[in-house]
Design a protein around this ligand. Structure first.
Ligand SMILES: Nc1ncnc2c1ncn2[C@@H]1O[C@H](COP(=O)(O)OP(=O)(O)OP(=O)(O)O)[C@@H](O)[C@H]1O
Ligand SMILES: [Mg+2]
Length: 213
């Protein structure tokens, strides 16, 4: 059974916070859970992540896309597939929807290249999410949270530092994806407090997978 759940949304929407909580909740119910993220959760991926996000080099949009896809293929085969085969739930912080929103839509790379969707599928190596949780939050709120996080000492990445118009394009792209795939994607109102957001997440998992409430 496919138990890959992806966590998506703009920077600072609460993905990592909620992924951790969902993992704890599922483990509490006796399930095996593998928590993972993109980019960078393999040995090779760590190197790719640093090339992509450290800011030492600025890739052209095409290179940026290809590096994210390279990281994904490695991640799927090294981590996600073995975990799914072992019967674990896999909770993944960002996946192809992020690539579509950031590298294609926000960088305006998708225009005039109809086969980019096929490239996304290629990098997934046949593994699509069973469910995607989209943490929908207004961009100004996500910016406020990121600012707060930065003040507490966490370093921003090259993509966090993009202009607000870039983040607006990312947010709009997630909205379009949700509209086009409402069965796979669940919209979570991520503007609420952390506990309320968690209740939405566990409620959706319970409903979708027939778990105990
Ligand atoms: N529902 C919430 N209400 C208020 N603050 C929140 C909420 N959820 C998370 N935060 C805070 O907002 C900041 C960003 O949250 P988090 O790191 O989980 O987001 P993220 O989506 O993983 O971001 P990134 O894409 O940059 O990794 C953190 O400081 C976190 O404590
Ligand atoms: Mg995060």
């Amino acid at each position: 059974m496919n138990r890959l759940i992806t966590f998506e949304g703009v920077d600072g929407c609460g993905k990592s916070t909620q992924l951790q909580r969902a993992a704890t909740w599922l483990r509490g119910q006796g399930h095996d859970v593998v928590s993972t993220f993109e980019p960078g959760d393999t040995g090779l991926g760590k190197e790719i992540r640093s090339l992509l996000l450290a800011g030492e080099f600025v890739p052209v949009p095409e290179t940026e896309l290809l590096l994210f896809l390279a990281d994904r293929a490695q991640h799927v085969r090294d981590v996600i597939v073995p975990a799914l085969q072992s019967g674990a739930w896999v909770l993944c912080d960002r996946y192809s929807d992020s690539t579509l929103a950031y590298q294609l839509a926000a960088r305006k790379l998708g225009q005039g290249a109809a086969n980019l969707g096929q490239m996304l599928r290629f990098a997934e190596c046949g593994v699509s999410p069973a469910l995607t949780l989209w943490f929908d939050v207004p961009v100004d709120e996500s910016m406020r949270r990121m600012k707060q996080r930065a003040e507490s000492g966490e370093k921003a990445t090259r993509l966090d530092d993009e202009a607000i118009s870039f983040h607006e394009r990312v947010a709009a792209a997630f909205g379009r994806q949700y509209a086009s795939e409402p069965e796979r994607m669940i919209r979570i109102d991520a503007e609420q407090g952390m506990d309320d957001v968690e209740r939405q997440v566990t409620g959706e998992l319970t409903r979708r997978f027939g778990l105990m409430a």
